[in-house]
Ligand binder design. Structure first.
Ligand SMILES: *Cc1c(COP(=O)(O)O)cnc(C)c1O
Length: 241
């Protein structure tokens, strides 16, 4: 085993222990929570090692980095999640490798994703990114992307009615500002309520992607189905990402 493989194996085992402990504490089964490893800023060689270590889901937030990495790793049995703010001019590229786009937050993006998914003959899973710190009302948007809770239904209906797209659920990042700042558990519990509302209209859209390295326990406690962990597996990122 290379040094890097050993390091990633140890880190993965620690994260796995944290998820198991959080599931036990919440009375949930381990299989109810999927670990997505956020590989942004780290090289394709790390993605390859993670795959060898059994990781099946990876996430990226910048198309410029993700596209070549996904191409280098196209032989691996991985699901690729796109979790970053997405400009419509990058959609064609992203649809070329992303199995899921977790950062769907405006109708223009839905239209572009649908058009490119149809053109590529692919089905792209979509999560509506929710900004719990956005201004009230359907028009409110978060600083780091995401739609205010009031805008979820309209976007979800649009995704569900769009060719080439599949509505899979909701995603959020714990807000740094507003009423939920520093209250991760409360934020994620609010997400679960929003998910319950969404599933009344769209029963299959049952994914709730919430929780990162610092707050995965709170996400699992609230009921998240997917946690997105970067730093705790790969180390502190060498640059902002
Ligand atoms: C970077 C990132 C993560 C992972 O964050 P860590 O704190 O490194 O675990 C999760 N979700 C999104 C949207 C990200 O951009």
């Amino acid at each position: 085993m290379t040094d890097r493989k050993g390091e990633l194996a140890v880190n993965l085992a620690k994260v796995e222990e944290r998820i198991v402990a959080a599931c036990v504490a919440a009375g949930r089964k381990r299989e109810e929570v999927t670990l997505i490893v956020v590989t942004k800023t780290y090289p394709a060689s790390d993605v390859r090692i993670l795959s060898e270590l059994g990781v099946r889901d990876v996430a990226e937030n910048r198309d410029q980095d993700a596209a070549p990495k996904a191409a280098e790793c196209s032989d691996l049995p991985l699901a690729w999640h796109f979790v970053g703010q997405l400009q419509t001019n990058k959609v064609r590229s992203v649809v070329g490798y992303a199995d899921l786009v977790q950062s769907v937050d405006r109708s223009k993006l839905v239209t572009a994703l649908s058009r490119e998914a149809v053109r590529a003959g692919r089905e792209v899973g979509c999560l509506i990114q929710v900004a719990l710190d956005a201004g009230a009302g359907a028009g409110g948007r978060g600083e780091r992307g995401g739609v205010a809770p009031g805008g979820i239904t309209e976007l979800a209906d649009l995704v569900a009615g769009s060719e080439g797209l599949r509505l899979d659920g909701l995603m959020t990042v714990a807000p740094l500002t507003g009423e939920y700042a520093g209250r991760e558990l409360a934020a994620f519990e609010r997400m679960m309520d929003l998910s319950t509302d969404l599933r009344r209209r769209h029963p299959a859209a049952n994914m709730v992607s919430a929780g990162m390295s610092a707050d995965l326990e709170q996400a699992v406690a609230a009921g998240a189905t997917h946690v997105r962990v970067g730093t705790a597996v790969l180390g502190v990122r060498p640059r902002l990402g």
